[in-house]
Design a protein. Structure first.
Lengths: 436, 436
């Protein structure tokens, strides 16, 4: 058997300790599959003395994790520290500059600096791998880099944030409102103490930008992702969606559309959507993630599994290490960085979609006439409409409608006509509908 | 860019013409991803003059496909002829013997001769790839070889035959009986003129044997797969399952269990099963395939997509070619053949499962007492039981029950007690239940 692959591991949080445990538990079968032993030689973390329930005595310790890159006995650095910049980025740069391979679970760093790091890796022909950065244990980076490599992809979309999916599917099961379920999720460890990045869609946006770059051969463009979180989705919306045959999920979606002059443009969006109960994503409950890739020859492929957690994320990190031990390097984004296309963001106004709109209105005569007139004037065709008094009686009333397919900008125009109307007591909620 | 990867293509049926079309349609993006052009240089098929709707004039023609292996201008042979032995096997052997890579969609050949061919490939360090042999366009061979490579797998199971899944889900939707739906499926092209291999579970058994070898590091053992087809499943069973909260699917399942002396044994089975409507496989309809892999760190992963057809299968063939162009070779079964373990088949009698049993009985007093006494005497505990007269009245009656979890052998013992009973007018149908 060949020489061991010698690993320097930075970060001993949940995922880092998971990697240590996994390499120990599955030691022999990993060596058989990799063709050589995977051996941690040095580790680094903030606090040397914290009890993590694992034995670190066999590993050298580095107080400064940047030193891992410089060690002569380290072949590959695993970065599990997190943060788009700062020490993680410094470590990544140093590792690649020394011609060593880098494995990371850091979606923010890849979303912001992936191209720079990939270029550095390509220059020295070393691996930069980040399977664990997207959708936890699901091998979807590999799925797009290699599994669907023969296809021009039409769309990539899915459920990329387990926290939001847990919250939405629990709201669905219990009828409880957002704030209540979020608090429960925090108690249960499905949501962080500061959940902003999750519930505002930023985490899903990081992951989407990475998948879009790989799938469409585009230069990664995180800034262009338009993300809307789930904080405005109410229990009433979920009940209404259910009655209409839908569930609500936070969907990250990317596709390529011809812009003016026919140059391809990249649409990247994270939005809560109404998902038809006939669609495979509607059955994805709890903290599960799922990604759909639609290829021009493969048709629709679905990858589903645990999107986070110690075991699944460690599984993805170690799969990358096994690839490296097998000497499977390849361009990090499937195509060398120099050949990735810079695609401007899609002007989305002309996109045709069917939309759910929920108005919260004062309970008085003429409100429905006002809303439906605005729809008519903006050219929005209504497929179904429900008006419903609030359970607590009096006060506000809910008007929910589903539009026929039409350009997004028409709905926007209708809402502009209603802007400032005294009939509306809250901002309307607009959710696109995913039917197939 | 590097030199083109030069392809010799044997077989110009549906999949072969699909590969020609795919390499042409996605030519540029494939070259970008592969780092070199993928170029067909020579083809071979039975009939040179048949109109396939594709232009073959740019390729050399070989009447004898075995010559493809010998051509100096061919780097890799794609075998899409089919058949476990005969010309396909001869071509595969010759190709590998000459130190050339082989890509095949031939599940029967890999199930029967995969180890011999993999050894030949490993000896010369060339690729043997067969993504298209299992589950069409779903990258599940790669998923198990590489995506879950860090895991000890606990179970691998799924829906591996699109014909059976089309028939069962159509029976479910329409209430029609097996024979009628099969005839429709044949008209629509979802079933072959001779559907035996599909409906008897042989096709799924081929695929399961391949996945089990990769997933469990076992020497492939097709002969040990116990396969039961779907011909005994009636419309009444599907209706009964539905009422109990299940659908019926043909499930291929493999797992490893400790045998006597603790040596690992391999269970490989293809059986129609009752699948809980809560389980992700229950939503897999039509000719779709899906595979679940449960890893000790990854948890449950699901891969789903089109299991057959020109586009999806060609997508898998070309993904293999791109891997080869990228110089990603690796052991065909993830672990070198010499290290694969020979695992004896599991003695399944002690397996604990919950079971659906359907009896067709004469409508006369005492029948229920006879059946339930046999269950009691064999130690089978009944969870629910329904007796239902046949719609056409008179004659036979259906008795369907679901047992509590218990050893498989107890159910077998109960049926042996009832063997020869004049109360039973047909062979009972026993289907295991898949809950989670």
């Amino acid at each position: 058997m060949a020489e061991p692959l010698r690993i320097g591991l930075a970060g001993l949080g949940t995922v880092g300790t998971g990697v240590v445990r996994l390499l120990e538990t599955n030691h022999d079968l990993i060596a058989a599959r990799a063709g050589r032993e995977l051996k941690i030689v040095a580790v680094s973390a903030r606090d040397r003395n914290r009890d993590r329930g694992i034995d670190l005595s066999g590993f050298a310790w580095e107080d400064d994790m940047a030193n891992l890159a410089a060690r002569g006995d380290v072949d590959v650095v695993v970065e599990l520290v997190g943060g788009s910049d700062g020490p993680a980025l410094e470590l990544a740069r140093k590792t690649l500059a020394r011609g060593k391979a880098l494995v990371t679970a850091n979606k923010a760093m890849i979303a912001h600096h992936g191209l720079e790091l990939a270029e550095a890796a390509e220059e020295r022909d070393v691996a930069l791998k980040f399977e664990a950065a997207v959708a936890g244990g699901i091998p979807v980076v590999k799925g797009l880099r290699e599994g669907t490599s023969a296809n021009a992809l039409e769309r990539i979309y899915g459920i990329l944030n387990g926290t939001c999916n847990y919250i939405l599917s629990t709201m669905e099961d219990t009828g409880a409102d957002f704030a209540e379920v979020l608090a429960d999720a925090q108690r249960l460890g499905y949501a962080e103490a500061d959940p902003t990045f999750d519930i505002e869609g930023v985490d899903a946006a990081h992951k989407l930008a990475i998948l879009a770059a790989i799938g469409f051969g585009a230069r990664i463009d995180f800034e262009a992702v338009r993300a809307t979180g789930i904080t405005s989705v109410g229990a009433a919306d979920i009940a209404q969606a259910d009655a209409l045959g839908y569930v609500i999920r936070l969907i990250a979606m990317a596709d390529v559309e011809p812009g003016e002059n026919g140059t391809p443009t990249l649409l990247q969006r994270v939005r809560p959507c109404l998902v038809s109960k006939e669609h495979p994503l509607s059955g994805v409950d709890g903290p599960t993630n799922a990604v759909v890739a639609e290829g021009n020859f493969s048709g629709r492929l679905l990858f589903q599994g645990a999107g986070a957690g110690e075991g699944p994320t460690a599984s993805a990190v170690v799969a990358d290490l096994i690839d490296i031990a097998r000497d499977e390097v390849g361009a990090p984004f499937s195509i060398p960085v120099a050949q990735l296309k810079a695609m401007p963001p899609t002007e989305s106004g002309h996109r045709i979609e069917s939309t759910y709109i929920r108005f919260t209105v004062a309970d008085r005569p003429g409100v429905l006439a006002e809303i439906t007139a605005a729809m008519r004037d903006a050219g929005v065709s209504i497929e179904s409409l429900i008006q419903k008094g609030r359970a607590e009686g009096g006060g506000d009333v809910l008007v929910a409608m589903v539009t026929h397919e039409g350009p997004e900008r028409s709905v926007r125009a209708a809402l502009e006509l209603l802007d400032g109307s005294e009939s509306l007591t809250a901002q309307p909620l607009v959710l696109p509908i995913l039917r197939d």
